[in-house]
Design a protein around this ligand. Structure first.
Ligand SMILES: Cc1cc2nc3c(=O)[nH]c(=O)nc-3n(C[C@H](O)[C@H](O)[C@H](O)COP(=O)(O)OP(=O)(O)OC[C@H]3O[C@@H](n4cnc5c(N)ncnc54)[C@H](O)[C@@H]3O)c2cc1C
Length: 456
């Protein structure tokens, strides 16, 4: 690409345009997944909606590939690409809370860490993910599963409005009363429809929560998983948590001689009175004695960042995801075969329950696929050394193949890998054809294609 063209872009935006050879380029070209080694033509550190408009228009005019980056956590590395123009929104992290309306409006590159810290000062929160370094952007647009989703719905269910820069460079607001079709598609359809510069969310009174992790012997694993499956069907909505396969990290509450061993873990978040939460966890303790646990009261924002240290930036990532209508005994047996082979302390398998408030919303009311599921398992392979790539991706693939007969054909788009593009229509199930219609209306040329792509 001619240098003078990028000079024009640099003149049109207020944030810096980082190009190959610039001192910040090495940092700017990378995303969270270190397996991605792309060299974009330029990374525009957008500072405003106007910068995003200029970047989108520039990419459209020059026929360049456009990558939109929020928190940069996409496992396939959709926030960067060879020769692409990257609209990096990570500098757009303003969060404004309206106490009376119980809403928050946040910039398109905000991370949950920043969002939670600001809303916590108002005694409020909304559903975010489990790791606070993740962006609200990608997470919300793909759906958003977290500690509060049983109580308050997915992140996208709490979205009230979005300011969107569309493929023709227009700025539109999508909500229940404006651009309703776009608003429908944004709630689960990922980054396919435009760059969202502002998200407005409904907030809920959530301050101190009760919970934390418990580790159970693998020999008790099947019993714990079965108890969770049965308990969660009718559990109070104040309970948000999930079972996991996890290697015990070297933390003070883990007996030293058990550090580094795999366990079935239970990670809990209870938003009701602590004593009631304690009774619920006693139900698990009655099934099996935990080897280690770290349970107590803490601010919601603290639980939301409690595991950030296990997944620092710079790891290699390969993930697979499924949706499950019924977690059968056979499926649990399959998890018990593959889960204990979790290869590193960074890797994990989470079995997220999909019920409670997520099921209050009709499956076709938003684009999020598979509200009829009851679990969303994710096999998240994460490890530091590229020399282990083959071995660890094989663990994820074998595990995924083994649970496939017990799962729906599609998985959760936000947990999918680059080689899952063939599954996009399955991921959306019955909502896919309507998503294609909206895509044709707002992005017929597929400018926004670096995502789990909906074909116009
Ligand atoms: C460690 C880790 C933990 C996770 N935990 C959870 C979890 O608990 N729950 C859950 O639901 N998911 C979770 N995820 C998955 C997460 O939702 C996705 O990776 C999500 O895409 C990340 O969003 P991002 O903005 O950080 O990523 P990015 O890589 O910046 O973006 C991901 C996709 O969204 C698009 N996008 C991002 N921001 C915008 C925007 N403002 N406008 C338009 N498009 C945009 C990008 O173009 C790209 O296609 C986790 C991921 C990781 C790596």
């Amino acid at each position: 690409m001619a240098m003078h063209a990028l000079d024009t872009l640099a003149e049109r935006v207020s944030g810096p345009v980082v190009r190959p050879g610039d001192s910040g380029y090495e940092d700017a070209r990378h995303v969270y997944n270190a397996m991605i080694d792309a060299h974009p033509a330029a990374v525009v550190r957008c500072a405003s909606t106007a910068d995003v408009v200029a970047t989108v228009r520039y990419a459209a005019e020059t026929g360049s590939a456009l990558a939109v980056r929020g928190g940069g956590h996409s496992v396939p590395g959709f926030g960067t690409a060879d020769d692409a123009i990257v609209a990096d929104l990570s500098g757009m992290q303003s969060v404004d809370v309206d106490d009376a309306a119980r809403t928050a409006t946040a910039g398109g590159g905000t991370t949950w860490h920043r969002f939670n810290d600001v809303t916590a000062a108002h005694g409020l929160a909304t559903t975010g993910g489990i790791i606070s370094t993740t962006g609200i952007g990608g997470l919300t647009l793909g759906g958003g599963i977290g500690y509060l989703s049983r109580g308050y719905g997915l992140s996208c269910d709490n979205l009230l409005a979005a300011e969107v820069v569309t493929a023709d460079g227009s700025v539109v607001t999508a909500s229940e009363s404006e651009h309703e079709d776009l608003f429908w598609a944004l709630r689960g359809g990922g980054g396919n429809f435009g760059a969202v510069t502002r998200f407005t969310y409904r907030l809920h009174p959530v301050t101190t929560v009760y919970g934390g992790p418990m580790f159970f012997e693998l020999s008790d694993g099947a019993a714990v998983l079965k108890h969770f499956r049965d308990f969660i069907q009718t559990a109070p909505r104040e309970y948000g948590g999930f079972p996991a396969f996890q290697i015990a990290p070297p933390l003070p509450f883990v007996p030293e001689n058990r550090v580094g061993e795999p366990f079935v873990a239970l990670v809990s978040c209870w938003t009701g009175p602590a004593r009631e939460g304690e009774r619920i966890l006693d139900g698990f303790r009655a099934i099996a004695r935990p080897v280690a646990e770290h349970i107590g009261e803490m601010p919601y924002a603290a639980l939301n960042s409690a595991f950030d240290g296990l997944v620092p930036p710079g790891l290699q990532h390969y993930w697979k995801a499924a949706f499950v209508r019924e977690l059968t005994d056979d499926a649990i047996a399959t998890h018990m075969e593959h889960g204990p082979k979790v290869p590193t302390v960074n890797s994990t398998v989470h079995l997220y329950p999909i019920n409670g408030a997520v099921h209050d919303i009709a499956p076709d009311a938003t684009a999020f696929g598979h509200r009829d599921a009851t679990f969303a398992p994710v096999i998240a392979g994460m490890w530091p050394d590229p020399a282990d790539n083959e071995r660890n991706t094989a663990w994820v693939r074998d595990y995924y193949a083994a649970i496939a007969p017990h799962s729906q054909p599609g998985g959760y788009v936000n947990f999918a890998s680059a080689d899952d593009q063939t599954r996009v229509s399955d991921n959306y199930g019955a909502n896919y054809s309507r998503l294609q219609e909206v895509k044709r209306r707002y992005d017929p040329g597929n400018l926004f294609h670096l995502n789990q792509n909906i074909q116009p």
